[in-house]
Design a protein around this ligand. Structure first.
Ligand code: PEP
Ligand code: MG
Length: 594
């Protein structure tokens, strides 16, 4: 049923990135053309069909020309891919072969194209060179564009809007999000997704308000509707009336004032009332975030999610490009440390450049270190780039998704091999680069005492630790409410990891989203963490809370928290403490006032 256009509709989702946006909304359809019908043509319709195909290709060519023209200056270097796509459009494999099939088999153009793409996929799959093999994705992208033209489905570029809009979509990939520009996108709302999806994380980094997990927003609104989106509370209002617009405009300016106000904590030390210093670092995904990470007052980078260097461009980055990026991060943060996490591709972060098989459960599939240990060339290329950059600052290396000792040992052995190779070439590599691992799989917690003897540091990735131990897909909106950092099992796992690390004499940090939520700070300090890494936008806020609490009191509070048996009990206990202790920051339900 379509909703009355003038009726105001309030929807509740998951606030994925803070901020309030008010504006016209635009539907971006990111679903692939899934169903392709086959039909036979009458003899006299064949040439008509060939013409229809030619026109779809002409239109695709024109679309690509326009996209190329509109690519912003700063990413013009990547325009080459558009030219490549234009060439593929007219390639014999796509163009002539499809026309031939329409004529010889008397079938519709969609079906003929699909058959040719399948042939191309088979041929590409047999290519040995991994890079060339991955280029099949270009053929698929091009054929998708032609198919959309044939079936009348539109493909929007997120750079195409003439005025700033709120994007509404069933889902957006992290790669889509990296394309967004603040002057074109006021915010976005999606049916799918959870708070710790990478799409949400990127939106926070770019400062784009977002609400995800709305389940039905793509059904409930029409393109052009006015929308209000409040990323602080996960609220979306479709067709707001004048009073609602006025209320949210007020909310928006209150939030903006709050941000300006809180910024003054950025450069104050993160130290508790009783003098315990806490190291606050930033998580980054894109090179564009370096300035905001430096301005945020973070003391270094606790997590550089390098996979976004692979997702935000077409084609795999070469060693020199990776090296230049790592060198820049190292230099700009020196003498503060920068923790470079090796490629964590897979899960909800996929690249059209990498041939990640269509997996039923990508989060449990060939992701992160598993992928790297299989695709050794890609892994070694990245490690070479990191080691070459290591003499320009203080780099640390961190391996993601470690599940046991063998994986760490294998990863370290590859690193050593790469280091030896560079030495032989006479390349200077820093001595004593700390090597750490993410603790984000329950088996790694169980083995934390053994793992601690293999590495120089741990960093707890709560986003995945919660996903894997509570068995909730972090991008699935239906279970988003079950993402509960204060679940007693999670607290135990975090506690066990910290104890094992400290017993072995290595530092333990946390870099999952839990580390950047002010509500959890006393619990985290009380559990013994004194290194937290978070999205740069939350650094000032977290420092504000740290400066208000006592380390000793936090430790006492955690003793009590660890005796509680249910999530509800822990939540109530912690929220009550925070709202009583800091009424200026937390409302009666323990919710951050901003
Ligand atoms: C985590 O899992 O908590 C983490 C920090 O890594 P990512 O979010 O990139 O998976
Ligand atoms: Mg993770």
């Amino acid at each position: 049923m379509r909703l009355d256009e003038r009726k105001e509709i309030a929807l509740k989702g998951v606030g994925a990135s803070a901020g309030v946006a008010i504006g016209r909304a635009y539907l971006v359809d990111r679903s692939r053309v899934k169903v392709i019908y086959q039909y036979l043509l009458d003899e006299n319709k064949i040439e008509e069909e060939v013409d229809r195909f030619r026109q779809a290709v002409d239109r695709a060519e024109e679309q690509l020309r326009q996209i190329k023209e509109e690519i912003p200056e700063e990413i013009k270097d990547h325009a080459g891919i558009i030219d490549a796509h234009r060439l593929i459009l007219r390639d014999r494999l796509i163009f002539d072969s499809t026309i031939d099939l329409v004529r010889s088999e008397q079938i519709n153009a969609e079906w003929a194209l699909k058959k040719n793409v399948e042939k191309a996929q088979d041929a590409f799959a047999r290519i040995k060179d991994e890079y060339l093999r991955s280029r099949v994705k270009d053929v698929e992208d091009v054929s998708e564009r032609i198919l959309r033209n044939l079936t009348g489905k539109k493909t929007e570029s997120l750079l195409e809007f003439s005025e700033p809009v709120i994007i509404v979509s069933h889902d957006l990939s992290p790669a889509d999000t990296t394309q967004m520009r603040l002057d074109k996108v006021l915010g976005f709302a999606t049916d799918m997704g959870g708070k710790t999806s990478h799409t949400a994380i990127i939106a926070q980094s770019l400062g784009i308000p977002a609400v995800v997990g709305l389940e039905r927003i793509t059904h409930d609104f029409q393109s052009g509707d006015v929308l209000i989106l409040d990323g602080n509370n996960g609220e979306v209002i479709i067709n707001p009336d004048a009073q609602t617009i006025a209320d949210f405009t007020e909310r928006k300016s209150r939030y903006e004032n709050f941000r300006a106000e809180i910024a003054r904590y950025s450069h104050l030390p993160a130290e508790t009332l009783d003098g315990q210093a806490v190291t606050i670092q930033a998580n980054i995904e894109l090179m564009e975030e370096l300035d905001s990470a430096l301005d945020s007052g973070a003391e270094g980078i606790g997590l550089f999610r390098t996979e976004f260097l692979y997702l935000s461009q077409k084609g795999l980055p070469d060693e020199q490009t990776l090296f230049e990026n790592f060198r820049e991060v190292a230099r700009r943060f020196a003498p503060a440390p920068v923790t470079i996490r090796t490629l964590d591709i897979g899960g909800d972060k996929f690249s059209s450049q990498l041939d990640l098989a269509d997996e039923m459960n990508p989060a449990l599939g060939l992701r992160a270190i598993r992928f790297c240990l299989k695709e050794l060339d890609i892994f070694k290329r990245q490690l070479r780039a990191i080691l070459r950059a290591s003499s320009y600052g203080r780099l640390k290396i961190m391996f993601p998704m470690i599940s046991d000792l063998d994986e760490v040992r294998q990863a370290k052995a590859v690193l050593e091999e790469v280091r030896e190779g560079l030495k032989r070439e006479g390349v200077i590599v820093a001595a004593n680069i700390p090597i750490g691992i993410m603790i984000e799989i329950p088996s790694a917690v169980a083995l934390a005492d053994h793992l601690a003897k293999e590495v120089d540091f741990f960093s707890i990735g709560t986003n995945d630790l919660i996903q894997y131990s509570l068995a909730i897909d972090r991008v699935n909106e239906h279970v988003a409410h079950m993402y509960q950092p204060l679940h007693p099992a999670i607290l135990r796992l975090v506690h066990q990891t910290i104890k094992a690390g400290h017993q072995a004499g290595i530092p333990v940090a946390m870099c999952g989203e839990m580390a950047g939520d002010p509500l959890y700070i006393p619990v985290l300090l009380g559990l013994g963490l004194n290194e937290l890494s978070m999205n740069p936008v939350t650094v000032a806020r977290v420092k504000q809370v740290i400066r208000l609490i006592s380390w000793e009191e936090s430790r006492r509070m955690v003793q009590e928290v660890l005796t509680l048996k249910t999530t509800d009990q822990v939540n109530r206990f912690v929220r009550l403490k925070m709202s009583r202790g800091f009424p200026e920051l937390f409302g009666p339900n323990g919710k951050m006032l901003y």
